[in-house]
Design a protein around this ligand. Structure first.
Ligand code: 5GP
Ligand code: ZN
Length: 115
């Protein structure tokens, strides 16, 4: 946990959010500024700054996060038409909140390549 991290505050309930899933290791909530009909962020409760900072001891946590993201995407009805996972990493990667998060984007046709 990090005192001044936005997503750590959200996990602690100090910032309101629309949670769609939570367990002891991960949580998922609707993005405050959605860019697709479904836009959910899945995060580890452990404060990990970027996905590039994941350590060997986080391997199980990362597997758990992906399994839960898959479950959420299915529950949101995204499996049939497909969806996109995005993990912006660092400044050039477009990361704005430095607590790693997996974007689930779906509900419309998404363009490729990204800008
Ligand atoms: P990044 O740009 O770091 O990949 O993504 C950060 C995401 O967090 C953005 O899509 C942004 O809209 C979202 N976000 C920023 N502040 C909040 C907040 O207070 N609550 C929620 N639910 N999402 C937020
Ligand atoms: Zn954090």
């Amino acid at each position: 946990m990090s005192d001044d991290c936005l997503f750590c505050k959200l996990i602690r309930g100090e910032i309101p959010s629309k949670m769609v899933f939570e367990d002891d290791r991960v949580c998922a909530f609707h993005d405050i500024n959605p860019i697709a009909p479904t836009h959910i962020l899945v995060i580890p409760k452990k404060h990990i700054t970027t996905i590039a900072c994941v350590r060997p001891e986080d391997a199980d946590l990362m597997g758990h996060l992906i399994l839960k993201a898959n479950q959420i995407a299915a529950e949101q009805g995204l499996k049939e038409n497909g969806f996109r996972y995005v993990v912006n990493t660092g400044e050039d990667g477009g990361q704005s909140v430095f607590h790693m998060h997996l974007h689930i984007l779906g509900g419309r046709k998404l363009n490729w390549p990204p800008g």
